[in-house]
Ligand binder design. Structure first.
Ligand SMILES: [Zn+2]
Ligand SMILES: [Zn+2]
Length: 173
């Protein structure tokens, strides 16, 4: 999404309001986080001139359909965030050492998508669970432990007894 900064760069305005939808398309995030579907990002805020610099100030929200990391059940999650980043002309990017929190615009065009996607990557929880108490699936039988208990742990026989058992079975013959 390209924002035209000309009105602010030629001094006609000191604020450019932002309000738009941005498609959520970042294959890496979508895959790494088991995101089944993501709604468009709703972005609202402004580009503003203050203290001699330009800043992007906005909030974003999107509804995600995810698969729980523990039980694999689908659930919905609203991801929200605030962005406040300095922006500078591309021509300054060579002269100064790259600053961490600064993004660059080319000519009068600011591409806002990387600013938003970077923030999402930073903001998205590492583990996505349907509920912090989710019991997940039994690693042995795959039963959903939120719904019922399984016998896996209780039934486990010490392998040493298993040997003894077969020994006695033979003796009986
Ligand atoms: Zn779960
Ligand atoms: Zn089990």
């Amino acid at each position: 999404m390209i924002i035209d900064l000309s009105r602010i760069l030629n001094g006609k305005e000191s604020i450019i309001p932002l309000e738009f939808e941005l498609p959520f398309k970042d294959e890496k995030i979508l895959k790494n986080y088991n995101i089944v579907q993501a709604s468009n990002l709703n972005i609202a805020g402004e580009v503003t001139y203050m203290d001699g610099g330009l800043f992007v100030k906005c909030t974003y929200t999107t509804n995600l359909q995810l698969k729980c990391d523990r039980c694999l059940k689908p659930f919905e999650y609203t991801l929200e965030g605030d962005i406040f980043k300095g922006i500078k002309p591309e021509t300054q990017s060579d002269m100064e050492s790259e600053e961490d929190d600064v993004y660059y615009y080319e000519g009068q065009d600011l591409d806002i998508s990387p600013i938003v996607m970077d923030d999402i990557l930073f903001n998205i929880p590492l583990q996505m669970v349907c509920d912090s108490d989710c019991q997940g699936l039994c690693p042995t039988c795959g039963v959903d432990l939120n719904e019922k208990d399984c016998e896996c742990n209780k039934e486990k026989i010490d392998p040493r007894f298993e040997v003894l058992k077969s020994f006695f079975d033979k003796e009986e013959v």
